[in-house]
Design a protein around this ligand. Structure first.
Ligand SMILES: C[S@@+](CC[C@H](N)C(=O)[O-])C[C@H]1O[C@@H](n2cnc3c(N)ncnc32)[C@H](O)[C@@H]1O
Length: 297
C-alpha cells in the first residue's frame, strides 16, 4: 500500500491547507510553555502560550473527522520554581472548543532516568522537613474525542488490516492507564534540541486510534516521529512545523533520504500567506517499509 506524507512548514494556529473533517487522527506534543531546557523564554507569558494552544485546538477540531480522536502528550511545567498547570488548562481549552475529554494515560519513564536534574538531591543534602522536591518521571497523554465514532463506517477489509495484536496489547500493558516507555535519550543526535517523544508512543496511539490508509496529523511535528511511525503502519500523514531548518532531520527520521520506492513525500513552505512547493518526491516500497517496522523497542 502506498502512503502519502506532507510536511507543511508553517504555523499550526491556522491550518488553512486542510479542509474540514479531512484527518482521521491527531497526535502531538506541543512545546511545554517555557520549559527550561527546550523552550526557555519562547513565550512572553503563560497567557500567550495558552492562546497558541487554543487556536491550534480550534483548528484541530475543524479538520478532524467527526467521531475521531486527538491524543495530546503534555505535562505541567516547572519554570523558575513555579509549576504551571498546563495539563489542566489544556483540558479546559479543548473542552471549550468542543472536544470531549475521554481519558488520561500517564507515561512513566524508566526509574533511573532524569533528564534535567535530580531535584530530590536537595533533601539528601538537607535531610529535614521542607526540603522535599520530587523528581518527575511522568508525562500525560490526554485523549479527546470529537463527537461519536460510527464503527460501521469502516469496511470489513480495512478493519481486518488494522487489527490490533492482542498479545502485543496485553504483554506490553497497553490496557492500563500507565504506559511505561523509555524516553528519547538526551544524547540522541537526530533529536538534538527537539523534545521528541519516543517511537513507541506514536506507535501505540496510531495503532489504537486509526485505521490503515487513513490520515494522521501532527500539528507540532518536530523531528517527525509521528510521520515515521504513520508511514511504517501504512497510514498517510501530515505534519506542521514552524522551524524550516528541521526538514533534513524529518527526512532522515522518516526514512525519505535513502530509500527508493513509491510513497510520496511533499514539503510545503508557507510564508506570509504565500506558498512554495519545495520538493515533490516519489520514494520507497512496501518491502522497505516492512523492513523498518517498529519492533516495539
Ligand atoms: C515538543 S516538539 C515536538 C516533538 C515531536 N513530537 C517529535 O517527536 O519530534 C514541538 C515542536 O513544535 C514546533 N512548534 C512550536 N510552535 C509551533 C507552531 N505554532 N506551529 C507549528 N509548529 C510549532 C517546535 O518548533 C517543535 O519542533
Amino acid at each position: 500500500m502506498n502512503t502519502k506524507h506532507k510536511v507543511i512548514f508553517g504555523n499550526c494556529m491556522s491550518m488553512t491547507e486542510l479542509s474540514d473533517e479531512s484527518v482521521h487522527f491527531i497526535v502531538t506534543s506541543p512545546p511545554y510553555f517555557n520549559a527550561p531546557f527546550d523552550y526557555k523564554g519562547l513565550f512572553e507569558n503563560y497567557e500567550q502560550y495558552l492562546g497558541v494552544i487554543k487556536r491550534m485546538a480550534r483548528e484541530a477540531y475543524r479538520v478532524l473527522q467527526n467521531g475521531r480522536i486527538f491524543a495530546l502528550n503534555i505535562d505541567d511545567m516547572l519554570v523558575n520554581g513555579q509549576k504551571y498547570p498546563i495539563t489542566a488548562d489544556t483540558i479546559k481549552i479543548f473542552q471549550s472548543v468542543g472536544f470531549r475529554y475521554r481519558d488520561k494515560i500517564i507515561w512513566k519513564k524508566p526509574d533511573g532516568y532524569l533528564r534535567i536534574s535530580k531535584r530530590s538531591g536537595v533533601l539528601l543534602q538537607n535531610p529535614y522537613p521542607m526540603y522535599f522536591y520530587p523528581d518527575n518521571l511522568l508525562e500525560s497523554i490526554v485523549i479527546f474525542q470529537k463527537g461519536k465514532f460510527d464503527y460501521h463506517s469502516i469496511s470489513k477489509e480495512v478493519r481486518e488490516q488494522s487489527k490490533i495484536d492482542k498479545k502485543e496489547f496485553q504483554d506490553n500493558n497497553w490496557h492500563k492507564t500507565i504506559w511505561e516507555m523509555t524516553n528519547v535519550l538526551p544524547g540522541s543526535k537526530l533529536e538534538k534540541n527537539i523534545a521528541a517523544f519516543p517511537d513507541e508512543l506514536a506507535y501505540r496511539l496510531i495503532k489504537l486510534f486509526s485505521y490503515v490508509g487513513e490520515t494522521v496529523l501532527d500539528p507540532f511535528l518536530g523531528s517527525g516521529t509521528t510521520m515515521k511511525i504513520a508511514r511504517q503502519l501504512y497510514r498517510n500523514s501530515i505534519g506542521y512545523e514552524i522551524i524550516r531548518d528541521l526538514e533534513s532531520v524529518i527526512r532522515k527520521k522518516v526514512g525519505f533520504e535513502t530509500i527508493k520506492n513509491s510513497d510520496t513525500f511533499k514539503v510545503v513552505e508557507r510564508n506570509n500567506g504565500k506558498y512554495r512547493y519545495v520538493t515533490l518526491e516519489y520514494i520507497e516500497s512496501k518491502k522497505n517499509a516492512d523492513n523498518s517496522k517498529n519492533n516495539g523497542n
